[in-house]
Design a protein around this ligand. Structure first.
Ligand code: SD4
Length: 308
């Protein structure tokens, strides 16, 4: 039996995003439409890490990454995209209207404009302008190549009140007809090097969907999600028969093994759903949560972690 429809998405902002997705799922719509509409809610909000209101790169420019995938291995993504409000919608157009999977930078922007997406002014939100100013004051205006310094440097995931905090939104859903889909959208790490691309727009890293098996999305330190082909690896474990939570845990354990002591300085979390609508997640550090919405529930769930 299929427990659909179900939608889950990363972090607290996921509660509002799930409502957006439910406008589609609740009416019997497709998981693909739902995951696009859902994360557009977050792209419209002022948020540290999603959409045009988010934190800029170290040169003061907001650059956005997004990806989308359906149950039949169709996928599309954009990276290093500037001045477009809804990167997720552009990613879907890449999927549906081009022979390609991924467009980046000025080419992605050119495609978006040709598709009728308005070119927004290049202007930081007042929240981001303030954060950028503070960052400029306290941080050396240079890339930090020393791993030791990464937890304090510009590539650091935000640690707020001692809790690891990110706001990339990743969403995976199962519709009433049993179709899976996923989406992921972000401004990436705050104050990143210009041109830096994280895991979120990389199919198999920030997002992966196998319609016969399950779907997974990731949040956290993108570099360490990419090097283990994170979401794809989680789906591979589900294909071997592991449940979503154990599948997520196994890939977190692989990161722990690879990173050693450095694993203490980064956050990574995976959120997965299988084709039966069973949801599971696992994080490197405590503090990660996801939002779930079904016909009967709507809540935030605290996720188990490797470090406590
Ligand atoms: C990235 N995974 O670009 C994203 C960052 C993130 O909340 O999750 N931020 O590496």
């Amino acid at each position: 039996a299929i427990n659909g429809p179900v939608v889950v998405s990363t972090w607290d902002a996921g509660l509002r995003a799930n409502k957006g997705a439910w406008e589609v799922l609740g009416k019997g719509g497709s998981a693909l439409d739902a995951v696009e509409k859902g994360v557009m809610v977050t792209e419209d909000e002022i948020n540290c890490c999603v959409g045009l209101g988010a934190n800029p790169d170290r040169d003061g420019i907001v650059t956005l990454d997004a990806s989308i995938m359906d149950h039949q291995f169709n996928c599309g993504s954009v990276a290093f995209l500037e001045r477009i409000k809804h990167p997720i919608a552009v990613a879907r157009r890449v999927m549906e209207k081009t022979p390609h999977v991924m467009l980046v930078g000025s080419g992605a922007q050119q495609f978006a404009v040709a598709e009728g997406f308005p070119l927004e002014p290049q202007q930081l939100s007042s929240e981001a302008a303030k954060a950028y100013e503070e960052w400029l004051r306290n941080s050396k205006y240079e890339p930090q190549i020393n791993r030791e310094n990464q937890s304090h440097g510009p590539f650091a995931p935000a640690q707020i009140n001692g809790e690891w905090n990110h706001d990339t939104i990743g969403m995976v859903a199962l519709d009433a007809q049993g179709r899976l889909a996923g989406s992921c959208t972000t401004s990436g790490m705050g104050f990143k090097m210009r041109g830096r691309v994280g895991d979120s727009p990389i199919i198999g890293a920030g997002l992966y969907v196998d319609g016969e098996v399950g779907a997974c999305t990731a949040t956290g330190q993108g570099e360490d999600i990419i090097r283990v082909a994170g979401s794809s690896s989680v789906v591979a474990y589900m294909r071997q028969g592991y449940g979503p939570e154990v599948a997520c845990q196994k890939v977190i354990e692989r990161i722990v093994k690879i990173k050693g002591e450095d694993a203490r300085k980064i956050q990574v979390a995976f959120l997965a759903i299988n084709k039966y609508g069973v949801v599971g997640a696992y994080a490197l550090h405590k503090g990660f949560n996801y939002a779930i919405k079904t016909v009967t529930t709507e809540k935030l769930v605290e996720v188990k972690s490797w470090f406590h």
